[in-house]
Design a protein around this ligand. Structure first.
Ligand code: ADP
Ligand code: MG
Length: 346
């Protein structure tokens, strides 16, 4: 943009002290406004797509809508790839191969899967098995899908409990192999893989120059960069029982995951049965209504929200205190809201 020039304009240099001052200040002002003018042409693009059986929501602040669309396509392909490796429900995935070989032998895996399983086992160790990827020995005796609800019998639970033990996940870094000690054991990554996929999605966005974005996959979310310079993205946490939100937080370069008993559940004989299983009892965990975890990456926030849901408020808050960069918001079974020190709810 150019300033009006020539003696005919009221702001011509030398016409008065005031106009002289304005004529020096104005270019400076426009210089400062310059970046804002270009940023204001950025638009917020929102899009929902179903991937890995979950509704994925993208929110991107960009001037380049085409680049965003291309990135969403790339992310869709990446989610399909992750599912084809990590699903415990589909035949032929690396996880299904490991499960098929339980008690019989080990399977060589990629660095990526080895890393994810190592993190899953670490969270299991850290939480004394509240989070345990071998919970999947129970994946067929419980069913929380609408229309096919199923409560496991006592006998089934007793039998499956003997097959849940993260210490019997065999990880050999030298040979990059994974195995399960006993026949009938199984790995299930439902409590961590979605968070990992969200991290990959955001990596793809950042690589493509779309570093101001939110990716939300069900209860797992990464908040990257800013909405506009100097303005944080705002995200809301749903109240587990009431209409509306528990809290709204301004976040930047953080991951946030919520595990709730209201996400996938059914009610039978006045009892609520939901999809987060306490590996100690074999029944849905009952100490919380919802747990929201803030962490440096989504793989971690995902696994920890499931883990703390099982641990309950007391041990959950202790764990959050121990872990750097981790904060937690818990709604306990009575509806009381508890938060770790770094969280302020408005
Ligand atoms: P969502 O998948 O709805 O985001 P969570 O992240 O809390 O919810 O994960 C729940 C999923 O994790 C379950 O659907 C199941 O696949 C798996 N899971 C259930 N109980 C456990 C557990 N104790 N440890 C690890 N994974 C679990
Ligand atoms: Mg989780």
């Amino acid at each position: 943009m150019s300033l009006p020039s020539g003696n005919s304009t009221p702001l011509a240099p030398g016409s008065s002290p005031l106009s002289r001052a304005v004529s020096t200040v104005l270019p400076l002002l426009l210089l400062l406004l310059g970046p804002m003018v270009s940023v204001s042409s950025a638009q917020i693009i929102k899009e929902q797509r179903t991937m890995m059986g979950t509704e994925i929501e993208f929110t991107v602040s960009t001037e380049n809508k085409e680049a965003a669309e291309a990135a969403f396509d790339a992310i869709e392909a990446e989610f399909e790839r992750i599912e084809s490796v990590m699903s415990e429900w589909k035949a032929g995935t690396a996880i299904s191969e490991i499960n098929d070989m339980a008690g019989k032998g080990t399977v060589e895996v990629t660095d990526e899967l080895f890393m994810l399983l190592a993190v899953a086992k670490e969270v299991a160790t850290l939480t004394g098995g509240a989070f345990d990827p071998t919970w999947a020995a129970m994946r067929t005796i419980w069913d929380f899908r609408p229309g096919s609800e199923r409560i496991a019998t006592k006998e089934e639970i007793t039998a499956a409990l003997g097959l849940i033990d993260y210490r019997q996940i065999l990880l050999d870094q030298e040979s990059m192999t994974v195995g399960l000690e006993k026949k009938g054991m199984a790995l299930g990554l439902g409590g961590i893989a979605k968070g990992y996929a969200v991290d990959r999605a955001v990596e793809i966005l950042v690589e493509k120059g779309l570093g101001n974005a939110i990716v939300k996959a069900g209860g797992d979310m990464r908040v990257q960069g800013e909405r506009v310079p100097g303005k944080k993205w705002k995200v809301s946490i749903k109240h587990p029982r009431k209409e509306g939100n528990l809290a709204t937080l301004g976040l930047k370069n953080l991951s946030i995951s919520t595990s709730g008993d209201y996400e996938r559940f059914f009610i039978k004989n006045a009892t609520l049965y939901h999809h987060i299983i306490d590996p100690k009892t074999g029944y849905p965990a009952s100490k919380c209504q919802s747990v929201t975890v803030l962490a440096p990456d989504t793989m971690t926030s995902d696994a920890l929200s499931t883990a703390i849901f099982v641990l309950g408020p007391k041990k959950g808050l202790e764990l959050a205190r121990m872990l750097k960069g981790v904060e937690v918001i818990i709604v306990d079974s009575s509806g009381k809201v508890l938060t770790s020190k770094g969280v302020e709810l408005h």
